[in-house]
Design a protein around this ligand. Structure first.
Ligand SMILES: Nc1ncnc2c1ncn2[C@@H]1O[C@H](COP(=O)(O)OP(=O)(O)O)[C@@H](O)[C@H]1O
Ligand SMILES: Cc1ncc(COP(=O)(O)OP(=O)(O)O)c(N)n1
Length: 272
């Protein structure tokens, strides 16, 4: 077998296994990448709540980065929960040095269970180096300090966030419930386009944003073109959501079927 590409996640640990580092490493493996990890925080978390957060000191984030980058040939990088501007500074310094290729920035600010995991100042430090940034509607609204609740507002938000330096911005619409479709607004090269897919009828979407960004990084690590990588990552998330509709893991918002273990499911999420 040929050597798989290495993808690196810089993110927080989710003890419940659904989001953060755990979702990223599962996604990398599912996409046939060898996953490396730099941990920025340890969260005590399950499908119902985040109950504790222990930030990793910036110097320890820096030494993890050095250990990975000194030895492994990293092909793409995804950032998730950074926790503080000081940690973001450590990551931005490596990005400035040009050693974080294909940088995908998931601007994690608040968990779906309502806990604050990140700060705007940290995201702003990394956006200039991102090839893609993937805020959800709530994160886009916080970063821009204005409502983002319609497709037109998502498109405008993607454009305005790209002014912060990211080459491409995808504002994800998973949390805009109600329609038949899950729609994301993608800004690239001065144009917006909407990515549409069937909406999987599920409330078990813990870690969908982490999974989406990690899948983009993995596909970029394999050399896929940017828009193809984003489209394929969106399809993968939909399949992973559909596969877990029958799962009962935890009593709250359950995780995704990263390895597509469930028998083939149709686009409505029903097992075939
Ligand atoms: N129910 C769903 N059906 C299909 N795709 C979804 C669904 N929910 C989210 N997605 C997709 O998952 C990706 C992550 O989006 P989102 O859920 O908005 O992220 P976050 O977890 O950060 O809120 C996007 O491509 C979005 O369109
Ligand atoms: C440690 C950690 N990192 C990120 C998140 C947020 O994950 P996300 O994919 O946005 O999923 P939800 O939590 O919004 O479902 C997290 N919860 N924990």
């Amino acid at each position: 077998m040929t050597t798989p590409p290495v993808a690196l996640t810089i993110a927080g640990s989710d003890s419940g296994g659904g989001a953060g580092i755990q979702a990223d490493l599962k996604t990398f493996a599912a996409q046939r990448c060898f996953g490396a990890s730099v941990i920025t925080a340890v969260t005590a978390q399950n499908t119902k709540a985040v109950t504790d957060v222990h930030p990793i000191p910036p110097a320890a984030v820096a030494s993890q980065l050095t250990a990975v980058l000194d030895d492994l040939s990293v092909a793409a990088v995804k950032t998730g929960m950074l926790g503080s501007a000081e940690v973001a500074d450590e990551v931005a310094a490596r990005a400035r040095d040009g050693v974080l290729p294909h940088l995908v920035v998931d601007p994690v600010l608040i968990s779906s269970t309502g806990y604050t995991l990140g700060v705007v100042a940290a995201i702003e430090r990394l956006l200039p180096y991102a090839v893609v940034a993937t805020p959800n509607v709530a994160e886009a609204a916080t970063l821009l300090d204005r409502p983002v609740t319609t497709l037109a507002e998502m498109a405008d938000a993607a454009r305005d966030l790209a002014a912060g330096g990211a080459r491409c911005v995808v504002v994800t619409g998973g949390d805009l419930r109600g329609g038949e479709q899950a729609v994301d607004a993608l800004w690239l090269d001065g144009e917006v386009r909407f990515l549409r897919g069937p909406r999987v009828p599920t409330t078990h979407n813990h870690g969908s944003g982490c999974t989406f960004a990690a899948a983009i990084a993995a596909r970029l690590a394999h050399g896929e073109q940017l828009v193809d990588a984003i489209s394929q990552a969106k399809s993968y998330v939909a399949r992973a959501l559909a596969g877990a509709t029958g799962w009962r893991i935890g009593g709250g918002i359950g995780p995704l079927d990263h390895f597509e273990w469930s028998p083939s499911v149709d686009s409505e999420g029903d097992n075939a």
